[in-house]
Write a protein that binds this ligand. Sequence first.
Ligand code: CA
Length: 520
Amino acid sequence: MKFLGLLIVLFSFGFSVSSQEKPNILFIMSDDHTSQAISAYCHALSEIFQTPNIDRIADEGMLFNNCFVTNSICTPSRATILTGQYSQHNGVYTLKDPLVPEHNNIAKILQKEGYKTGVIGKWHLKSEPTGFDYYNVLSGQGRYKNPMLKEKGEWQKEGKPFVKCRGVKHKGYSTDVVGQLALDFLKEYNKKEPFMLMCHFKAPHRPWTPAKRFENMFDGVSIPEPASLYEDHSERSEWATQTYNTISRDLKRMDLGVKSKEDTLSGIERTRWAYQIYMKRYLACCAAVDENVGKLLDFLEESGLSQNTIVVYTGDQGFFLGEHGWFDKRLMMEETLKMPLLVKYPEVVKTGSVSDELVSNVDFAPTLLDYAGVNVPEDMDGKSMKRLLSGKKDRHWRDAFYYRYWMHLADHGIPAHYGIRTDRYKLVFYYGRGLGMSGTDSDRIDPFNRDSGPIVPTKPEWELYDLKKDPNEMNNLYGNPKYTRKIQQLKEQLLELKRELGDEDTNYPAMNDVITNYWN
Ligand code: CA
């Protein structure tokens, strides 16, 4: 019997080793691609625009309805994805903060575990990528036509620091160039060690510039308008009347690709006209992304890699597509807080499954490390979503999510704020202080107006939304006596989250006055 037991142990050991081959990871991210523009999310726009290739990931895996970004702006979101940490722990609070190269990240960890690691396309973290065997990243924001890319081992020839280098021009349209480089990486892959490839498209970021082949795809099509497109904001908090993200006034001619003589309307009429052009350009950019995602998925299938490869599709944050009359991101409102998240991993993730759990970009690194069989470092703020992806309940999963946007009035005039989002409620505190964040206090009030004055503190304001009764966040319930107890409870929960996540503002004396005068 002892011998039989030993045999069973040996057999199961051998079996578990061979069956737990480390998975490959293909992480695909677009810039500003929001879930309203992905047909798997069945938004009204899916009637006139489909993303059949991105949808394949949801068909063959899981779609997340509530994936939240910790800080709704490019650079901080990318840093959070790489580090599994909030801004207060990875040091990337604003668009101007570099990710310190010495900081730990998922690529460094996987590289040590024998993964071949690569990142291609948008980087936007100022410092040189570390932990990657191969990188070929866009200079700064990256441009749509004939983009410049900096390749590991090549840009050094310019003899300047990474940030100052221009890189090498690649002929073609940005999305196609990035897609092709990603395909090349996969084709050269030797199948000996597992890989993690991060493929980051620049599209559909401003200035929305479609590929030639998609320029006329919406000719004669009327894009459905969101119900709140013509909202006048007078019923909203004061901050909402002072922003520079309106379709009516703040979409510029260069955004719309029109000449001054074509831009003659104002007010509601301009909103109606500009919205159509904006959406046609934005969606046409997404069309090229979808096409390139299809090529990558096809290649995985044709080369037999599909079965053992985790494919993730996401956008670095959400985006307004005309809701509340706005474009851009930054806010903790549903459209901009939510990231699209679709994950497939055959044999592990059930096809066509859906999750409503509150997950976040802070969970991406812990999840992928967990699948790679690596212990998640204790200083990561996120959690592994492995149980959720297996279709199981995770009793220890979060029931509330903490958000913070640190930039204050820089670009588009959005004030700094933090808040809590539960499955039903959202409480937001616009505390109205820059707190010395880089690129915040030094910027102009109006980025488009050279004569506008310096940044000043703004009046702190609170908002409460009941997302069950008011999914579009039209009625701020803060101050409504019926909700006094709910507000108190959410504030306590918010403080608890701030304690847990090490974001108690003890280093910011400017917050003392705000808390004393505006917390209650
Ligand atoms: Ca972005």
